[in-house]
Design a protein around this ligand. Sequence first.
Ligand code: GTP
Ligand code: MG
Length: 190
Amino acid sequence: MTVKSAELIKTVFAKGEYPPPMKREIAFAGRSNVGKSSLLNSLFGRRLAKTSSTPGKTRSINFYVVNGEIFFVDLPGYGYAKASMSEREKWQRLITDYFESREGLSLVVLLVDIRHPLQPADKQMLDWVTYYAIPYVLVLTKADKLSKSRQQQSKKSISEEVSVWGRPPVFSVSAENRQGIEELLKTLLQ
Ligand code: GTP
Ligand code: MG
């Protein structure tokens, strides 16, 4: 399974302005700066999504068409400490509307930093995906920052924390050295 083509077709800043659904739709959600856009670039095999070391880079919902038939959707990051209350509320309304509008949403890829325990905003996202009964997988990002044994420890403890919401498949990945990227891609494209 490979990405033969990937193209940004729509950037959405206001609720309701979504493109018509495609065969499948996979949304990438996670805290600001966790590495959503970097992961998408690794999956695409090219740099289409803008990334930044400053949190809050992606403010819009970005729809990428993969292989002409699947949407990969880059969601704005949540839990950005410096965001104002009105920005947070705007984000919350936009993402809630997105989940309520996209009946064809096939899968949510929830990203968390492999180095940290679940944050309150991650738990809220888990509440949402389980409330809307959307299948999800957990992706632990920035695996290159830990040794293999620390990765295993962290995967175990985060999986335990998540078990309150179910037992999703868990992947450890790195956009830096491509660890776990092909395995994740196989799951997403099958
Ligand atoms: P927002 O758009 O603000 O929500 O952030 P994002 O989740 O899209 O994060 P982004 O991909 O822009 O990455 C944030 C920072 O983390 C950048 O400096 C990336 O270079 C870095 N980063 C992302 N993935 C990895 C990784 O696998 N390993 C390492 N070491 N750094 C990473
Ligand atoms: Mg981003």
